[in-house]
Design a protein around this ligand. Structure first.
Ligand SMILES: [Fe+2]
Length: 175
């Protein structure tokens, strides 16, 4: 688990010239985080879809249904992020910039190893939550309430996914 740092708030009274550069840097950070979030969402779509198809066995049904529902939600997240990037005059990245999701989310060799996929999903949701927390802070710094509002909404939905899969993880621990 990486350590969270609070984003330092700079005093705008420092210098008049410096103020403008700081704002630009904050806006650049917002774009960069939106692009990272976009790629993260699409990578999640691939891994959840793959695991939803690969998993089988008696224990898999509920997790598979949940993964399928999340695929739809994460794809919608990607669409919203792409639209926000466009509104900010930036382009969503292409697959050329794709980064791999967490290794723990690769489909398990044993297709009945549902617990392994649940752990992978928790790692993936944790990474998304961290990105959206960073985005909330960066959007606030950039005085961009629309992006901040989007980031808060997506953060809430990722936390809800994490909660759901934490429930599955508890069931596997107890069985
Ligand atoms: Fe998402």
């Amino acid at each position: 688990m990486s350590q969270e740092f609070e984003t330092e708030t700079t005093t705008r009274a420092e210098t008049a010239g410096g103020d403008e550069r700081e704002t630009t840097a904050a806006e650049t950070e917002v774009i960069s985080l939106l692009q990272r979030a976009y790629l993260g969402e699409l990578s999640t779509v691939v891994d959840y879809q793959t695991n939803a198809v690969v998993l089988d066995g008696l224990l898999a049904q509920e997790v598979v249904e949940s993964l399928q529902a999340d695929v739809t939600e994460e794809l919608e997240h990607a669409r919203l992020i792409a639209e926000r990037l466009s509104e900010l005059g930036a382009r969503p990245p292409s697959s050329a910039e794709f980064t791999a999701g967490p290794e723990s989310l690769r489909p398990p060799e044993d297709s009945t190893d549902v617990a392994s996929v649940v752990r992978g999903v928790l790692d993936d949701e944790e990474a998304a939550i961290e990105t959206y927390r960073d985005l909330v802070a960066a959007a606030r710094d950039a005085d961009d309430p629309v992006t901040e509002d989007l980031a808060v909404r997506l953060l809430g939905e990722e936390e809800s996914h994490r909660e759901e899969f934490s429930g599955f993880a508890r069931e596997f621990d107890e069985s």
